[in-house]
Write a protein that binds this ligand. Structure first.
Ligand SMILES: Nc1ncnc2c1ncn2[C@@H]1O[C@H](COP(=O)(O)OP(=O)(O)OP(=O)(O)O)[C@@H](O)[C@H]1O
Ligand SMILES: *[C@@H]1O[C@H](CO)[C@@H](O)[C@H](O)[C@H]1NC(C)=O
Ligand SMILES: *[C@@H]1O[C@H](CO)[C@@H](O)[C@H](O)[C@H]1NC(C)=O
Ligand SMILES: *[C@@H]1O[C@H](CO)[C@@H](O)[C@H](O)[C@H]1NC(C)=O
Ligand SMILES: CC(=O)N[C@H]1CO[C@H](CO)[C@@H](O)[C@@H]1O
Ligand SMILES: [Mg+2]
Length: 428
């Protein structure tokens, strides 16, 4: 059996589910986890057209695992756990919410049919969201929010109400934006995308589940529809010839080769924290820790602009000299000369992050706020927020940093939503 051969150490339990493209198996030794096994075939038009395509599962696997890795490293909650083999991955066991969330940046495909008068290429800002009830027998009808709420789905003990719908809506937008930003580094336009959510049976959390592969999106290289690399090419085939199938497969391979590049940083940057004295070390360590969480290297240096200005400017020159984009953070108590002196002598951004004390803080802060003319340094009091601002600067050019910021914004929104829901439940 091919399955046992590819993962000798895994104890496969009973088959929990099987669809057109994959099978889901219980894992005997790992309760709460499942094996998602791809099948070697491609479907379109609800399996009206079905062709085996050699190697398709392997490419789909690669696409799914890279995309989920990207999302997971960004901080999006997903079911994906790890790659198991060429054609299978391990995921959290979910009860799937039977709604397809479709998110569009550019109007094309079925949207044009349902919205006559709208021309292909119309750009949605904000993104256009559509929901479809997964019901093969009725060709997956479009549903409104009210229809989802009235269905009162209950999965893994969680009832899908307004809060859950809002969470899926917000998550879909964040996931789209992360993938869109990432594909943009490859000069590819993410035109639209469809995803599904599940309820993790162990945690009862709503997570992105199932898969994301080129079945799931439209990608137009350089925004050019004629070069599309997605499943539409397959749908558009007039006749399924071996040559045509080779072209479809080549397109899929094109995507799976490039999807790996999405995980690579496009630029390297660093934060250099200058502290006036080692007594501010704890404050600086917080900045470093937060930078690390964004994947940004952070270097700590000790220098005083009052007591050793020559040394401060020498250190500045050291980091200006190697061409690595740098954000300086100045940590100086009492009178902050460090940040302003740096800011007046470098074109790189400088953030003041003074460690204020309760006794004199209200007075000391003015040395960071009231600047001589011509200085553009900013002042951020919280060490975490200073690191976040540095990350926002790097996020302009480094999509991996931007994706972490975007996911963090989503996760904050979701935890507020969940906290409010709990509070409402308690007070009833
Ligand atoms: N992590 C998971 N835990 C449990 N079930 C999952 C998980 N990921 C995917 N599934 C489910 O496995 C089933 C098989 O997947 P497949 O995509 O092949 O189905 P399908 O033919 O597309 O049917 P469907 O219309 O349900 O998607 C689907 O019902 C899918 O929702
Ligand atoms: C999703 O969010 C958008 C933007 O906030 C809103 O207009 C839309 O009604 C929401 N849809 C659902 C189903 O919640
Ligand atoms: C994207 O396009 C720009 C401008 O045309 C080009 O310089 C760059 O090399 C392209 N990047 C990729 C990954 O193709
Ligand atoms: C998505 O792309 C990969 C190649 O990258 C391909 O193997 C996979 O089959 C595609 N998704 C589809 C259509 O299944
Ligand atoms: C052959 C193949 O595509 N298998 C890959 C599945 O995805 C993981 C993660 O990207 C790869 O390590 C496998 O080689
Ligand atoms: Mg499916």
């Amino acid at each position: 059996n091919k399955l046992e051969h590819s993962q000798p150490k895994l104890k496969i339990g009973q088959k929990l589910n099987e669809g057109k493209t994959k099978q889901i198996f219980e894992l005997v030794d790992q309760p709460g986890l499942v094996l998602v096994q791809s099948k070697d075939q491609i479907t379109a038009g609800n399996a009206v057209r079905k062709d085996q395509m050699e190697g398709k599962a392997a490419i789909a696997n690669k696409t799914t695992s890279c995309v989920f890795k990207l999302l997971q490293e960004s901080g999006i909650k997903t079911a994906f756990v790890k790659q198991q083999s060429d054609t299978a991955f391990i995921a959290a066991h979910c009860e799937m919410i039977p709604i397809e969330w479709v998110c569009r940046r550019v109007a094309t495909g079925s949207f044009l049919k349902r919205n006559p008068g709208v021309k292909e290429g119309y750009r949605f800002s904000p993104l256009k969201m559509e929901m479809f009830f997964k019901d093969d027998a009725n060709n997956d009808p479009q549903w409104s929010e009210e229809q989802i709420l009235e269905a009162k789905f209950s999965l893994a003990g969680l009832t899908i109400g307004k809060c859950e719908v809002d969470i899926m809506n917000r998550s879909t937008v964040a996931i789209f934006e992360i993938l869109e930003k990432s594909w943009a580094t490859q000069n590819c336009t993410l035109v639209d995308m469809k995803i599904e959510f599940g309820v993790n049976v162990k945690t009862q959390e709503i997570v992105l589940a199932d898969v994301i592969d080129n079945d799931s999106w439209r990608l137009w290289p350089a925004g050019d529809r004629s070069q599309q690399k997605d499943k539409q090419v397959y749908r558009d085939l007039k006749e399924v010839t071996p040559e045509a199938m080779q072209m479809v497969k080549r397109n899929f391979e094109w995507v799976s080769e490039r999807v790996k590049l999405l995980l690579e940083s496009q630029s390297r940057g660093r934060v250099v924290v200058l502290m006036g004295s080692t007594s501010d070390m704890a404050h600086c360590e917080k900045i470093k820790k937060a930078c690390t969480s964004y994947g940004i290297p952070c270097i700590l240096r000790v220098t005083s602009a009052h007591k050793g200005p020559d040394e401060t400017l020498r250190i500045k020159a050291e980091y200006e000299g190697d061409g690595v984009p740098t954000v300086f953070v100045a940590v100086a108590g009492r009178s902050n000369g460090l940040g302003p002196v740096m800011s007046g002598n470098t074109a790189y951004p400088v953030i003041n992050c003074p460690p204020l004390t309760p006794d004199w803080g209200a007075q000391d802060v003015w040395s960071s706020l009231r600047m001589p003319s011509g200085l553009g340094c900013s002042t951020i009091l919280s060490p975490d927020a200073a690191a976040q601002f540095a990350a926002q600067i790097f996020g302009l050019t480094d999509h991996l940093v931007w994706c972490k910021l975007r996911a963090s914004m989503l996760n904050t929104w979701v935890s507020l939503k969940v906290a409010d829901k709990k509070l409402q439940a308690c007070s009833v």
